[in-house]
Design a protein around this ligand. Structure first.
Ligand code: PEP
Ligand code: MG
Length: 554
């Protein structure tokens, strides 16, 4: 046992060992409140501001030029903010009145942040980026180190309260070998970046502030344990072992099956044609969850049937000849769509969301199913179509009739505890189900999946959730119908084995997780999966479930 260890929520598996690296402090500047730049110096102060903003933009662009994909886009967009004419103009207007450049940058940011917040949606999300630009420009003006992640000399573990998009975009995984944050949940920005980089990640480590910069730590992204100053030799051998596991993952190319040959489809979660095409670079056998709502988050009006059909066809074509599971719009709660606007709801996660929208706007679901049917015309494999947020057999039956009437394969998501309890009745109405463990955990534990404080509750290893999954899988086996899992639980190699042991027939998650899941499964027998599942089901809490399963599987 380590002498000192902290515990957080594991997000991306793997082991990393190295010194803790904290991002640079945000600059502290208290404006004097008075406009005290003498008139004759105001032009020079304005130039100082313009040069600082240009220097910050230049550095971000330089980083963008060495990055690719999302990272390059995030860095270029942030650079664009530093040179935004409106923002620069608002600051210079204040400087012309005698306000010092750092105070002018802060005031201009406040003005624009208020505007962005009022506009809502994607614009509101840019407030974090704008504040980040402000801090970088103020630091430049004050001559203090730029906030954000310094480039370390030796491979290090990045520890932070939380990470801004520009902090994490373009990180070099050979120098930043793991991410650990005090805040954030399994679906936070930090978690997404860690998955993309393929480095271990633990979030919601409440006592992280006690870890001083430079302290050597060992991060276990599978258990969520952070060991402080562990035995160096043991730590290195654990890193070596995890590297071997990573190499096995890199060498694994599918198809999904256990060591004794039991087939389990390994599938990808995608959001549009682009992400579906990118997913084909990973060893996945198809799409287990196409989150259609993500393609329309910025749309004010409902896309036409033609436009929708073209988009859905892109995903079908990306996986030509393979299984594609399309989910109807899961609008509402954390994914509001403007054209499916709901009256203000006091508790949107439990409101008119997912398939329930059809009771208010039946035409939106009709148009979408028409579009999916059109996209499926002449496709070599008929797509499967499922509805989110189904609570009972009546809703499942009604949805299935709509889907089958269009010649498609009908299923529903199991993400409300009521649906998991009533799985036999629901499964009797549809051709398949897919368990959304993200929402199933949120609703079973009555804990908001977005809350950092509640991350321990929203751990997918919660035995209560596993017992519900077991109930659904049993019903699937009894009726001979497929039961998939398409929540983040399917991305955790150990938990994936437990899910298979419970009787789950396919696993769908972020495509980057596929190789590690498939490789682990290929080294595990069905008996081991079943034994680990029984041990996890009998555990009292998530940690005990994980430990009990690991003792059998590792
Ligand atoms: C889930 O809830 O597990 C799921 C897959 O759906 P989403 O994450 O899109 O809500
Ligand atoms: Mg869900």
């Amino acid at each position: 046992m380590p002498t000192t260890a902290l515990k957080g929520t594991p997000v991306v598996g793997g082991i990393a060992y190295g010194p803790a690296l904290w991002p640079g402090e945000r600059p502290v500047y208290s404006p004097s409140g008075s406009a005290d730049v003498p008139e004759g110096e105001r032009d020079a102060e304005a130039n100082r501001f313009t040069e600082a903003a240009a220097a910050v933009a230049g550095r971000l662009r330089e980083r963008a030029s060495h990055s690719s994909g999302v990272a390059a886009e995030v860095l270029s967009a942030t650079a664009g903010l530093a040179e935004d004419r409106g923002w620069v103009g608002a600051a210079k207007k204040r400087i012309a009145k005698g306000v010092r450049a750092p105070a002018a940058a802060i005031a201009a940011t406040e003005e624009f942040a208020a505007l962005f917040t009022k506009l809502g949606g994607l614009m509101a999300e840019r407030v974090t980026d704008l504040n980040d630009v402000r801090d970088r420009v103020v630091a430049e003006l004050l001559g203090v180190p730029e906030p954000g992640v310094p480039v370390p000399d030796t491979p290090s573990i990045l520890v932070a309260d939380d990470l801004a998009p520009a902090d994490t975009a373009g990180l070099d995984p050979s120098l930043v070998t793991a991410l650990v944050t005090r805040l954030g949940g399994p679906t936070s920005h930090t978690a997404i970046i860690a998955r993309q980089l393929g480095i271990p990640c633990v979030v919601a480590v409440s006592e992280l502030a006690d870890v001083a910069a430079g302290t050597t730590i060992l991060v276990d992204g599978t258990t969520g344990v952070i060991e402080i100053e562990p035995d160096a030799e043991q730590a290195r051998s654990r890193v070596e072992e995890s590297r071997r596991i990573a190499q096995a993952a890199a060498a694994w190319s599918g198809p999904g099956r256990t060591a004794d040959g039991h087939s389990v489809s390994i599938l990808a979660n995608v959001a549009d044609g682009t992400s579906a095409r990118a997913a084909t670079d990973h060893p996945v056998e198809g799409v287990g969850l196409f989150r259609t709502e993500l393609a329309f988050l910025d749309r004010a009006d409902e896309p036409s049937v033609d436009e929708q059909a073209a988009l859905y066809r892109e995903v079908i074509d990306a996986f030509d000849g393979h299984k594609v599971v399309i989910r109807t719009l899961d609008a509402g709660s954390d994914k509001p769509l403007k054209f499916v606007s709901q009256e203000h709801e006091p508790n949107p996660a439990m409101g008119v969301r997912g398939n329930r929208i059809a009771s208010v706007h039946p035409e939106i679901r009709t148009h979408q199913l028409d579009a999916i049917a059109r996209a499926a015309e002449n496709a070599s494999v008929t797509p499967w179509v499922m509805a989110p947020m189904i609570a009972g057999a009546g809703e499942a039956e009604e949805f299935a009739a709509e889907v089958r009437g269009r010649g498609l394969v009908a299923g529903v998501m199991i993400e409300i505890p009521a649906a998991a309890v009533l799985a036999p009745a629901i499964l009797s109405k549809v051709d398949f189900v897919s368990i959304g463990t993200n929402d199933l955990t949120q609703y079973t534990m009555a804990a908001d999946r977005m809350s950092a404080e509640l991350a321990a509750f929203t751990d997918p290893w919660q035995p209560a959730v596993l017992n519900l999954v077991a109930n659904v899988a049993r019903a699937g086996k009894d009726l001979g119908k497929p039961v998939g899992v398409c929540g983040e639980a399917a991305a955790d190699p150990l938990l994936a084995c437990v899910l298979v042991g419970l009787g789950v027939t396919s696993l769908s998650s972020a495509p980057v997780a596929a190789a590690a899941v498939g490789a682990r499964l290929s080294q595990t027998t069905s008996d081991q999966c079943r034994e680990a599942a029984e041990a996890a089901l009998a555990a009292e809490d998530p940690e005990a479930a994980r430990t009990a399963a690991a003792a059998i599987l590792l």
